[in-house]
Design a protein around this ligand. Structure first.
Ligand code: PMP
Length: 463
């Protein structure tokens, strides 16, 4: 039972949020009549209802109620240059005049592919789709076709989009003898999926080897984010990714890195930083310059299966999509990638370090147990002081903190800071030290408001 003090703090935060979002509330009520829940993707929903953002400029968002926010969401890491980058607008407008998609190969498509291959040494060739979901769908399918095997291993708490095969253990499974119990992520996904997908805890080479040994010669590939993303921004332990690579080699399985989010960590993604080359890479988000995109690429001999002239047989792959590699996305993506040079990478990664340091200090100053994980421009707030090594560790903190994160998110919105409701903060290139300082200040003030709440609902979090 929440004590009266906690109830009052919650009520105050909700009342402040309601005061600054009166128009949004009306939009929400109307939208809910035609869109289940009022919107069309889960990630943009939060309680009691989301603000209605009307426009963005640089690293700022402006909502329909006249509020301005620093945008730390960046459409879930994808808008690396924030909103309205001049080069991206110019490239997109020029392309728009020529046509959006002409149902023919386009110069911009191979130019975009050349850029990616130059930046990612493990990628010899690329194919495009319109989402990260398609990227991981086709990367896993290519691995199965190439190896002529069916089983795939994914990480507990790993998110790879919303196709059936990877809708397993996005929320971590209950551990049983060191191995997470597998579960489907929701209704509608056939139980038969569990026949072909295995789940290992992140950062645990022994568990991975146990699976590889047990299902010898049946595993087509391991698919993983080199840093667990949505379930906690958990970096790999030193030597872990190299260990995974070695295991794949030893047990004859392909390695797929899902760098849909982590590609923003350097010009060549997290694989360049960790010096580990996967066989296939899934990409999306920043490579489309703000437009829908997905791509997968890798070793030439695997990607050759997608060549329509590949000999007919069990390995030749089909791959269709009306808007695959469309000219608008490609033109915008080229401009975005060109602007994302080493200087830009260093800048946003440095700002990310500053943000994590500032937030960690705020936790200490206020006297709440909490910490930030992440790398470079991507940060995740965790409640509690346990070591965060696996997704299960993140999950324990989520349970212990009850609705503290929801309230932190709303309280920070009232202070002009827009972050992902789950506690993710992402830096974009238009940001400066000024925006980081503002966020750190707001974070500290929100923690102060929430400390008595924490003392009531999660006393273990009080330092
Ligand atoms: N993989 C990862 C690591 C992601 O973070 C996401 C999206 N958040 C996806 C795949 C799916 O991408 P999309 O939403 O474009 O389908």
């Amino acid at each position: 039972m929440k004590k009266q003090g906690a109830e009052k703090i919650k009520k105050d935060i909700l009342a402040r949020f309601a005061r600054i979002t009166k128009q949004a509330k009306k939009h929400d009520a109307r939208a809910k009549r035609r869109l289940p829940g009022g919107d069309t993707r889960n990630a943009s929903y939060y309680t009691p209802y989301p603000a209605y953002m009307e426009r963005g400029k640089g690293c700022y968002l402006y909502d329909c109620d006249g509020n301005r926010y620093i945008d730390f969401v960046n459409n879930y890491t994808s808008l690396i240059h924030g909103h309205g980058h001049a080069d991206i607008i110019k490239a997109t407008q020029a392309q728009l005049k020529k046509g959006t998609v002409l149902c023919s190969p386009a110069v911009v498509t191979y130019q975009h592919a050349e850029l990616l291959c130059k930046r990612i040494p493990s990628v010899d060739m690329v194919r495009y789709g319109n989402s990260g979901t398609e990227a991981t769908l086709f990367a896993t399918r290519a691995a199965r076709a190439f190896t002529q095997k069916d089983m795939i291993i994914k990480m507990d708490g790993g998110y790879h989009g919303s196709h059936d095969l990877v809708e397993v253990n996005i929320r971590p499974g209950t551990p049983a003898k060191g191995m997470p119990i597998r579960h489907l992520e929701g209704p509608g996904i056939p139980k038969s999926v569990l026949k072909d997908i295995l789940v290992a805890p992140f950062n645990d080479l022994n568990a991975l080897e146990t699976l590889l040994k047990k299902y010898k010669e049946k595993i087509a590939a391991i698919i993983m984010e080199p840093m667990i993303g949505s379930l906690g921004m958990i970096p790999p332990q030193p030597g872990y990714l190299k260990g995974v690579r070695n295991l794949c080699n030893r047990y004859n399985a392909l390695l797929i890195f899902d760098e849909v989010m982590t590609f923003r960590l350097s010009t060549g993604g997290l694989q360049a930083i960790s010096d580990v080359e996967p066989d296939l890479t899934a990409l999306a988000k920043i490579i489309g310059g703000g437009f829908p995109v997905g791509a997968f690429g890798g070793r030439a001999e695997i990607m050759a299966l997608f060549d329509p002239t590949f000999p007919e047989g069990p390995r030749r792959m089909g791959h269709s999509g009306t808007f695959n590699g469309n000219n608008i996305t490609m033109a915008a993506g080229i401009a975005a990638l060109k602007a994302y040079n080493k200087n830009a990478v260093n800048k946003i990664n440095r700002l990310g370090d500053k943000l994590r340091k500032g937030f960690n200090k705020a936790f200490k100053t206020v006297g709440i147990k909490g910490q930030c994980t992440g790398l470079g421009s991507m940060t995740q707030v965790h409640w509690g002081d346990r070591n965060i090594i696996t997704a299960q560790d993140t999950f324990k903190g989520m349970i212990e903190s009850q609705d503290l994160q929801t309230l932190l998110h709303l309280d920070m919105m009232c202070r002009g800071i827009f972050s992902a409701p789950r506690g993710m903060f992402v830096i974009s290139t238009p940001m400066t030290e000024k925006e980081i300082d503002k966020a750190v200040k707001a974070f500290e003030l929100s923690l102060k408001v929430l400390k008595p709440y924490a003392a009531d609902v999660a006393p273990g979090l009080i330092a």
